[in-house]
Design a binder for this molecule. Structure first.
Ligand code: BTN
Length: 266
């Protein structure tokens, strides 16, 4: 299959229209030169009954949000910031949808020759440093998932690296040693989200995510002095950790911050 390459240096309304996939994602697509947060805008659109696949892309975010109440830095021209509204027609957990977002980014980076890994649940690492993050925000009606806004932020140029970070960060240009086209990268991420969102009930997604798990078999700490070796993913995207006594625990709450134990000693 030949992939069309887009060399437009600027992300704008027109280039966005030209790369929206043919499937379910981006039927309704908004481009913003500057916005507070694409996730906030996508949540507004969801509350206005926008359909599955609604897409919001911004060149710059002034109040981008990350996991655990942290901020996310998206200066103009340097990264990618997008949010997709998903109304899954099949049972799906926000954890699995977070994995879907991280997987879509990994596959796009692999097309460029990179070897990304997913630090559970939502960080995409290159050479052990964070290069992208996913923030899935869910709305429930009673116990049923109404929608999820899947927000994806990617560090592409050096200027997209935040002034202060709680985990070592890098960008695609630096690790891949070339100037990456943000348009091609966005097109590829959208195609991948589109493909996985169409087969949410398949085990294939979990196994593709599992195959890219960072720190497999290595000892990590996951808060309050707890440690264990990463064993793999469970059926709902939870992380299995094997404790020193052989017992396995499943982390299914995404507010854990995994850290490699060896790295803590550096
Ligand atoms: C994280 O690693 O903590 C998640 C970062 C998610 C950032 C993206 S950028 C697009 C979308 N809009 C936001 O405000 N946040 C997400």
């Amino acid at each position: 299959m030949s992939t069309q390459r887009y060399n437009h240096p600027v992300l704008n309304e027109q280039t966005l229209r030209s790369i929206v996939p043919q499937g379910a994602i981006g039927g309704l697509a908004e481009y913003h030169a500057r916005i507070g947060s694409t996730n906030d805008r996508a949540i507004e659109l969801a509350e206005l009954n926008s359909p599955h696949g609604t897409l919001v892309v911004a060149e710059e975010q002034t109040a981008g949000r990350g996991r655990g109440g942290r901020g996310w830095w998206t200066p103009s021209g340097a990264g990618l910031a997008l949010s997709v509204l998903l109304r899954p027609g099949v049972p799906a957990t926000p954890a699995v949808l977070t994995g879907l977002g991280a997987l879509a980014v990994c596959e796009a980076i692999e097309e460029l020759g990179g070897k990304p890994e997913i630090k559970w649940p939502n960080d995409v690492l290159l050479s052990g440093k964070k290069t992208a993050g996913v923030l899935a925000e869910a709305s429930w009606v009673s116990n049923a998932l109404e929608y999820v806004v899947l927000g994806v932020g990617v560090n592409v140029r050096k200027a997209s690296l935040p002034p202060s970070v709680d985990f070592p960060a890098t960008c695609l240009d630096e690790v891949l040693g070339q100037r990456i086209s943000r348009i091609d990268l966005l097109a590829s991420i959208l195609r991948n989200i589109d493909r996985w969102a169409g087969q949410l009930d398949q085990r294939e997604l979990l196994s593709a995510w599992d195959a890219r798990l960072a720190y497999r078999g290595q000892v990590v700490s996951y808060g309050k002095g707890l440690q264990g070796a990463i064993a793999g993913l469970g059926p709902e995207g939870e992380l299995s950790i094997k404790m020193a006594d052989g017992l396995e625990v499943n982390l299914n709450e995404s507010e854990y911050n995994l850290r490699l134990v060896d790295r803590e000693k550096e």
